[in-house]
Ligand binder design. Structure first.
Ligand SMILES: [Zn+2]
Length: 276
């Protein structure tokens, strides 16, 4: 164990942030597409069951069915099972390098270890699905209902037929769904990456400290720019201790599910473990 820790990779924090960010960006691009396709399938089912030949009737059918066709659990599970074990293995391998381990998206760790991380990822979704959905509720089905009502009202005023109403609503929902897909993929991939990284560090059994890394000036991440978080960048605590973001707000890792949505959404911070 002590020999292994002498061969720990010495990535500087800037390189580390860049490497983690690249990996996370790849997953975000992949899952934005997956979620968008799920929303499109949901939309198709919604319109297929809205058979009324009046605009108001069609709008009511869509509104009544909006919660029926889509179960977000599956996509959340897919995201966490894809991302969590990869980041866990990457952190594990960084701290205890081995020729057998994977790089990037590969998973070459022992089957038992990978299976354990996959189970932990599923358990995480099972425990925290409610918080995940709450964090992105501005993009929930309630918003679809509001958009449907607004466009139906416009359609009635303008005297549109059901065909014109349906195409206007579909175009509007496509834009909305793209934003929802990006928001959900970003928030949850980054969370899965942070909790997976922590799980990988814990799996080494090593005595570790961890350091929070903000990304100053990057895409408006509040933690890098706001004076209220000035003590956060490079803050170092024990492996299982909590970081202090600002007065009264603490977290195990960036994107911690216990944080308010505002501290999770649009946060691109990362964190780094170091043997002590
Ligand atoms: Zn941040």
């Amino acid at each position: 164990m002590s020999q292994a820790s002498q061969t720990v990779f010495t990535l500087n924090p800037a390189q580390y942030v860049k490497a983690v960010d690249q990996l996370r960006k790849g997953f975000i691009a992949q899952f934005t597409k997956v979620i968008k396709a799920d929303f499109k399938a949901e939309q198709n089912k919604l319109f297929k069951t809205a058979t009324s030949n009046t605009v108001e009737g069609k709008a009511d059918q869509i509104i009544n069915n909006v919660d029926r066709f889509y179960d977000p659990t599956i996509v959340y599970e897919r995201m966490y099972v894809a991302v969590y074990p990869v980041l866990a293995e990457r952190e594990f391998d960084k701290l205890l390098p081995s020729k057998n381990m994977g790089r990037g998206f590969e998973r070459k760790g022992s089957a038992e270890q990978v299976a354990e991380w996959e189970r932990a990822a599923l358990q995480f979704v099972a425990d925290d699905l409610g918080s995940m959905i709450t964090a992105v509720e501005a993009f929930s089905h309630d918003v679809v209902v509001r958009h449907t009502r607004a466009i139906a009202e416009k359609a009635v005023k303008q005297g549109w037929g059901t065909g014109k109403f349906a195409s206007a609503l579909r175009a509007d929902l496509d834009t909305l769904d793209l934003m929802r897909s990006i928001r959900i993929a970003r928030t949850e991939i980054l969370t899965a990456a942070s909790v997976g990284t922590h799980a990988g560090a814990v799996s080494t059994g090593l005595k570790l400290s961890k350091t929070w890394l903000t990304v100053p000036g990057n895409g408006g991440d509040r933690h890098g720019e706001d004076i209220a978080y000035s003590g956060l960048n490079n803050q170092t605590v024990g492996r299982d201790e909590l970081f202090t973001l600002t007065a009264g707000i603490t977290a195990q890792t960036p994107h911690d599910i216990s944080l308010p949505g505002s501290e999770r959404i649009n946060c691109v911070c990362s964190h780094l473990y170091t043997p002590i």
